[in-house]
Design a protein. Structure first.
Length: 318
């Protein structure tokens, strides 16, 4: 009986010891994962800020960086025995021109209808937006994202799924009650050009192939149409001038950066940061959108959690 009791106690302690070792291993893996995720997160954030520095110079020169990819070498610090070692890491930032997208917070009914938003829905949206001559209210709010078309009930699910959301935005305006120069016709998609200039898609594609436009008169000449037939600019106070909404340069860009970090023998942990940044005439900038999510090496991104939408970043999407 003493031998059986001893063996039972030995088995119990062995099981407890194994459970403890497994628990410690899980804690170690969890801490290691959290460390690598933090490193990847700061690398991705660093990539975004490095790209903003490049964009500031390009915006001042009037250059467009739509579709370009930047590669930056950033330091990843590793501590070993009270010593910090900087290991260079490559991060990639993809740039797209947000100013080439149509801002549905400020587009007219004809233009929104031209990109596939039902005229009745466009009318409801316009009536649900703030106005300078009316006090703000819960019923009148700027769309904080393109998804607001669906979540606020302006369109149904089928209509929303049919929209090309890659050509729409809500982030390109600094002053919502004085929106100027927020749509770059030199980088807008043909369907947006068709909606603006009241053209067919075939005509808009031909017009897009004739870019860049060097001036408003150059754009008018290449359309071959009277500006009074356009869906924008028909009520201009100064004939021959560019409509206030349009521009030949970009002031707003969308940046996407992925960064990965891994420990010894561990699977790389990746973080993707997506941001929209708008620049002013003085070269300053402000972030209009910021979201972070977990990225999978060599695959699609996992569903991420938005860390800092426009409202939390201190600005309201317009």
């Amino acid at each position: 009986m003493a031998l059986v009791s001893a063996l039972a106690m030995l088995l119990l302690f062995s099981l407890l010891g194994a459970a403890y070792v497994r628990s410690m291993r899980i804690e170690f893996d969890s801490a290691n994962y959290a460390t690598q995720e933090t490193r990847a997160r700061y690398l991705a954030r660093g990539g975004i800020n490095a790209a903003v520095g490049v964009l500031e110079t390009a915006v001042k020169r009037g250059d467009s960086l739509d579709g370009q990819t930047f590669n930056f070498e950033l330091p990843l610090y590793v501590s070993r025995q009270l010593e910090r070692t900087a290991k260079p890491q490559q991060v990639t930032v993809r740039v797209s021109d947000e100013s080439g997208r149509l801002n549905i917070n400020h587009a007219g009914l004809d233009v929104m209808e031209g990109v596939g938003i039902d005229r009745e829905a466009a009318g409801k949206l316009t009536n649900g937006l703030p106005r300078a001559d009316l006090p703000s209210s819960d019923d009148r709010q700027w769309l904080a994202s393109v998804d607001g078309l669906l979540t606020r009930g302006f369109v149904d699910g089928r209509s929303f799924a049919a929209l090309d959301r890659e050509i729409l935005t809500v982030y390109t305006v600094s002053d919502p009650f004085n929106p100027e120069g927020y749509l770059n016709i030199n980088t807008a998609a043909p369907v947006v050009l068709a909606a603006i200039f009241n053209l067919t898609i075939a005509e808009a594609e031909t017009l897009a192939a004739a870019r860049p436009f060097s001036s408003w008169q150059d754009a008018v000449t290449k359309t071959g149409r009277d500006p009074t037939t356009y869906n924008v600019g028909r009520f201009l106070a100064i004939p021959g001038s560019m409509p206030p909404a349009l521009s030949l340069t970009s002031q707003c860009y969308r940046l996407v950066c992925e960064a990965f970090a891994s420990g010894p023998g561990a699977r790389p942990v990746g973080v993707q940061v997506e941001a929209v940044v708008i620049f002013d005439e003085n070269g300053g900038h402000r972030f209009r959108y910021w979201a972070e999510s977990i990225a999978v090496p060599g695959g699609d991104d996992e569903a991420g959690v938005e860390i800092a939408p426009a409202e939390d970043a201190g600005v309201e999407a317009q």
